[in-house]
Each structure stands twice: as C-alpha cells, then as structure tokens.
Ligand binder design. Structure first.
Ligand code: ADP
Length: 368
C-alpha cells in the first residue's frame, strides 16, 4: 500500500502512542491531536487521507468535530473512522454514521484490526476520488462535445437553408423542363432532411428548446391536432394509410408549449406512418383522464418487441422495425419525444405486441 497521512484525534496520549507506533511501522505518516477542536485545525491545515476520531473529548467532542469537518469544503471528503470505548451501543453507532463517519471501531483497539480497517477505507476513498475525477473529465468532454455539435449544426443550417431558398427561386422560372424540376424537388427534399436532422441534433444536445425558452399558453387540443393533421394528408394518401382522429365533443383545453407539443405529435405520427405497411389505419385519440389530457397514437404496423421497448427512448436507436416506404431513420425521434414530454411535465408509455401494431400514449397535465 502506498504512503498515507493519518490523523488520530484522541484525548488519551497512551492510545495515541499505541496507534501511532502501529501505523508508523507500516510506513504511514501519523499526525496527532488531543481534542476535537485541535483535530479540526490539524485536519484543515494538513488535509490527511483519513482520520481516526475518539468520541468523548474536552473542548469539542468527536461528533461535533465530524460535523464541522463534513461542513468544510476542503475536509468534507476525508473519511473518518469513529473509535470509542464508551459510546458503543447500536444507537451510538447510528449517531456516528449519521454525523458523517464512514466506519466505527470499538476500543480497546486491536492494532491489526485498525490497520485492516484503515487500509480498506483508504482503498475505498482512493477509488471514490478516481471515479469522481473521471466523472468530472467526462462531464467536461461532454460539454465540449455539446458545444461543438451546437456550433457545427448551427453553421450547417444556414447554407442548407440558402440552397433550399435558391432551389425555390429557380423553380419560379418559367418553362423549366421536367428533368430540372425533378432535380430541384430532390434538392429541396435533401435540404429538408438535412435541416430536420440538424434540428434533431440540436434538440438532443439541449442546444435548442431549453426549458427557459418555453412558451406556455392555453390551447384547444382538438383544434391544434385537427390543424396539424392537415400536414399529413398527402403523406398518408401516398402510403394509402387512413388517419382517424377520435375526440369527444368536449374541448380539451391545456396549457402547454405549442412547439414542443407539435414536435411530439409530429414524431409519433411520422413513426406510425413510417413503420406501417400500406393500406392500414392510424388512430389518433384524445381524451381526458382525471386531470390529464391523454393523446394516443395507435398504428397497425409491425409493433415493437419487449426487448426493443427497453431501448427505444435512448438516442440513436434504430430497432427491428424498418421504414416501409424508404423514409429516413436516425433513431433520434423517440429520444426527442421523451425529453420534450418531460419538459412539458407529462409522461409517455407504449403498449405494443409484435405484429399487432403499437400505441404511444402521452399524458399531459391539463393546467387550465
Ligand atoms: P427513427 O424513427 O428515426 O428510426 P425513433 O427514435 O423515432 O427513430 O424510433 C426508434 C426505433 O423504434 C425505430 O427505428 C423503430 O425500429 C422503432 N419504432 C418507433 N416507432 C415505432 C412504431 N410506431 N412501430 C414500430 N416500431 C417503431
């Protein structure tokens, strides 16, 4: 084991000496303090790797000393073993652990037992420090990556929008032949999928749609969805799929962010279309369940296996079901849906059996 600094706080000099001798023989550096107050000062000054703390001491007892040290930024991570010969009942052990001690040893101390305890605590503490520093490194790297994705995606969006705009200007020219018109339509389609991929990457990296930018307002869910469904008429017709919108006469008024809600329904509806073979149905149903509005989107497509259901809300998951009409698939849609639903303070669940379709149910608080 490598060399460590151990602070022993005890008002009995004889104990201090016994322990010091045991540990010194094992090549540890030992510091001593005769009461809690002095012990705290030594700990703050020398930042030992571990502290062995007596309970009953003049000036400041062991429990108060532990509480003090656990409250200081520079000493709060130092592991402390409580060593006592008086306060040995179970409730005392609990008090010591609650105050912040990591372990407890009864006096009279057996030097070998103490040595073993110190070793295992030091090992634990070193692993903890290592994991903490690795976590900090990973968080830094992740922040850097998010920043980079944000910048790249932002800068890519502008030229794509520009190409799209130029294609639209050319399309306005009179007497273009069919071949050129087809090429322009292809350019527009490719720009469009590039722009939506960028938008997904920005959302998934939290660059866009931060909670602070949310715009909560009251909407009539029935009207909102009726309008949104118009965007899917052509796509559904091309795939010979019929979308049924079921709602009662009651107007469901919810307070929400329209952009977030639009993206949630867009993603779920496009998936239902994307993963359904032609000539089937999609049912979009809204209802009130107690004080929540439930939006259900059910298809009759391939369905989702229990194994796929475990993974489907994670990023970049392209699972068993494949698009049935050559549509794009990035594996980001459901991760975005989940994060947006959470931002709207709702929840999402799926009910599905293989080959029997899938139903996604989003529940949102009514708030109104
Ligand atoms: P993408 O649609 O871009 O592939 P998603 O995150 O939306 O990404 O979906 C992840 C995966 O979950 C899909 O690739 C598909 O395999 C499966 N999936 C999603 N929705 C459905 C659905 N309605 N029916 C069957 N499988 C689905």
């Amino acid at each position: 084991m490598s060399y460590s600094t151990i602070l022993i706080i005890d008002d009995e000099q004889s104990y201090l000496d016994i322990i010091t001798n045991t540990l010194k023989n094992k090549h540890h550096k030992v510091l001593q303090a005769l009461n809690g107050k002095m012990g705290c000062k030594v700990a703050e000054r020398f930042l030992p790797d571990i502290i062995i703390m007596d309970w009953e001491m003049p000036e400041m007892n062991g429990i108060d000393a532990i509480k003090f040290l656990k409250n200081q930024e520079n000493t709060k991570e130092i592991p402390i073993i409580m060593a006592t010969g008086v306060m040995t009942a179970v409730e005392h052990l609990e008090t010591a652990l609650n105050a912040g001690a990591i372990d407890y040893i009864r006096k009279p101390i057996d030097p070998l037992e103490l040595y073993a305890r110190i070793n295992s605590t030091l090992k634990l503490s070193r692993s903890y420090k290592e994991i903490k520093s690795q976590k900090e490194n990973l968080e830094d790297l992740n922040r850097e990556k998010d920043g980079m994705v944000g910048v790249v995606a932002h800068d890519l969006r502008a030229p794509l929008n520009r190409v799209m705009g130029l294609a639209q200007i050319i399309k306005m020219t009179k007497d273009l032949d069919k071949e050129l018109l087809d090429t322009l339509a292809l350019i527009e389609k490719m720009c469009d999928s590039g722009i939506s991929l960028i938008r997904d990457l920005l959302v998934i990296n939290n660059v866009e749609y931060e909670s602070g930018q949310m715009d909560w307002k009251e909407i009539i869910l029935n009207d909102f969805i009726t309008l949104l469904l118009k965007n899917y008429e052509v796509q559904a017709k091309n795939k010979k799929i019929k979308i049924h919108f079921n709602h009662s006469q009651e107007q469901l008024i919810i307070k929400t962010d329209e952009t977030f809600l639009g993206r949630i329904i867009d993603n779920l509806l496009s998936n239902a279309l994307k993963f359904s073979p032609p000539h089937l149905n999609i049912y979009l149903t809204i209802s009130r369940i107690e004080n929540k509005a439930a939006i259900s989107i059910r298809d009759e497509g391939y369905g989702i296996s229990p194994e796929d259901q475990q993974k489907m809300f994670k990023k970049f998951q392209k699972l068993t079901a494949q698009p049935t009409g050559g549509e794009d698939s990035t594996g980001l849609g459901l991760a975005i849906v989940k994060s947006l639903v959470e931002k709207l303070e709702g929840n999402i669940r799926v009910v599905s059996e293989l080959k029997k379709g899938a139903e996604f149910i989003v529940e949102l608080p009514m708030r109104a």
